[in-house]
Design a binder for this molecule. Structure first.
Ligand code: 5AD
Ligand code: SF4
Length: 453
């Protein structure tokens, strides 16, 4: 009998990838995914530790799962195995076991390939199972080959972990040291995805452009070289990579944005702040002008390139003038999209120890509102600039309204069109009619409609 598996995923795309792999691993054991937690036989929370808010959700959602499990037990409807995975599990494993004794399994991002063993142990009644090791043998060597992401647009982890140690960030502690997968295993996974119908692949890594995996000749390949290898695969129509660090935007990678057709003209390149003093305190190891120059170079290679960024306001000690340097950088670069956050002290990181310099919550909120107003303005201007223009979109799924499909533009915008559903999976040319804050609306170009029937 199939058992129901519920996975709740928080945080970044790497967690989305990991959750899909967990489902792959559990599938031979009879578990099939459900999006209803209340009658699940097993529930996994794949958690995020990046900011306090994300982290806190773990315990509130655990409480809800505990109640659902109790309801199942009282109604004699079987049991529910509860597991906590991801970065909160890695950072606070022991505390979760203590605070939530009803949790059966706690495991980190580098040990979920051992799920079958952990599950056997937990169901044997051996008590709570904890595995937050960083194994010497990477998990990728143990992940199943036959089950893969069946999405039109799929994530593929090529690099994981981070050695940069930005002063605010928990990633180097939760995901561990930088590791690049060998080229052969990435190509094999990409081919399996393409055979299953994937058209677009996003290469994932916390520091994806630091990629240096072992190549076929025994020498490491750079991300640009890996991109070249992938671009030659039959059936791959679009390629993206995220997230990049400015220090690693090498000449060959910038050039790939001119030379590789299927590499989409959209780059997520976080800068975090615009003041050199704050960048130094953050241990970013580059100045604001160095970042500006990288952006200029990228745009010389590809004038269409759209940029996205991450920003932190209210880093310890940030003055009003220093915050204004961030505003100026945003005005200079002009972003198509961005994520911005209030600084959140994370246990164990160097910035969390700068106690005397913490910025008051209301100042952080004001700065965030000011920054987001500018970023939203830029995003709207970017979207409006497409009105009347043609754009190729990958039609991915049905929209909420009748006869509506949603696709993605090369620049990651969601695009709404009227179209019959059988066109899902195709790249279609759309004439943009309206650019809104978070999406575009358009109609299929007539040639594209004629061949529909
Ligand atoms: N506080 C606020 N934002 C943070 N980020 C990472 N750590 C913190 C923190 N302690 C943001 C950065 C990063 C993104 C993934 O999350 O902007 O690029
Ligand atoms: Fe965190 Fe900095 Fe590494 Fe990005 S580069 S994961 S922000 S430490």
């Amino acid at each position: 009998m199939t058992k129901k598996l519920y996975i709740s995923t928080y945080g970044c795309q790497m967690n989305v990838y990991d959750s899909a792999r967990m489902a792959d691993i559990l599938s031979p054991l009879g578990y099939a995914l459900t999006n209803q937690p209340n009658n699940a036989d097993m529930a996994i929370l794949n958690t995020c530790h990046i900011r306090e808010k994300a982290s806190e959700k773990t315990f509130s959602e655990l409480g809800r799962l505990r109640n659902m499990r109790k309801a199942k037990q009282t109604e004699n409807d079987g049991d529910m195995i509860i597991a906590v995975a991801g970065c909160v599990a890695q950072a606070e494993g022991a505390e979760i076991m203590k605070r939530a004794p009803y949790v059966d399994m706690v495991f980190g991002p580098q040990s979920y390939h051992k799920l079958p063993e952990m599950l056997a142990e937990a169901t044997r009644g051996a008590g709570q199972v904890l595995d937050t090791d960083f194994p010497v043998e990477p998990k990728f060597d143990y992940l199943p080959d036959d089950a893969i992401d069946k999405n039109l647009s799929a994530f593929l982890t090529v690099q994981e972990g981070c050695d940069k140690f930005c002063a605010f960030c928990v990633v180097p502690y939760t995901r561990g040291a930088e590791f690049s997968r060998p080229v052969s295993s990435i190509l094999a996974e990409a081919k399996r995805m393409l055979a299953a119908g994937t058209k677009e692949i996003t290469l994932l890594g916390q520091n994806v452009n630091a990629y240096h995996g072992l190549g076929p000749s025994g020498k490491p390949l750079s991300l640009a070289e890996l991109i070249q290898e992938l671009a030659s695969l039959d059936g791959l129509e679009r390629l993206r990579y995220t997230t990049s660090h400015p220090l690693e935007m090498t000449e060959d990678l910038c050039r790939a944005h001119r030379d590789v057709d299927i590499l989409m003209p959209y780059l997520h390149l976080p800068v975090q702040a615009g003041s050199d003093r704050i960048l130094e305190a953050m241990n970013r190891r580059h100045t604001a002008d160095q970042y500006r120059r990288i952006v200029e170079k990228l745009r010389e290679y590809n004038p269409d390139l759209a940029l996205s960024g991450d920003f932190i306001v209210g880093f310890p000690g940030e003055t009003d003038a220093e915050f204004q340097d961030t505003m100026q950088l945003v005005r200079d670069v002009k972003y198509a999209q961005a994520y911005s956050f209030k600084y959140s002290p994370r246990p164990g990181t160097p910035a969390a120890a700068l106690e005397g310099q913490m910025i008051a919550e209301d100042i952080k909120s004001e700065r965030l509102a000011e920054l987001q107003a500018l970023l939203n303005e830029q995003q709207l201007a970017f979207n409006r600039s497409f009105e009347g223009k043609e754009i190729d979109i990958l039609l991915e799924r049905e929209g909420k309204k009748d006869g509506q499909l949603i696709g993605r533009s090369p620049f990651m915008q969601s695009v709404f069109v009227q179209s019959p559903p059988h066109r899902i999976g195709r790249i279609a040319t759309v004439i943009v009619e309206e650019g809104n804050a978070n999406s575009l609306r358009g109609k299929l170009k007539s040639g594209d409609v004629a061949d529909a029937a």
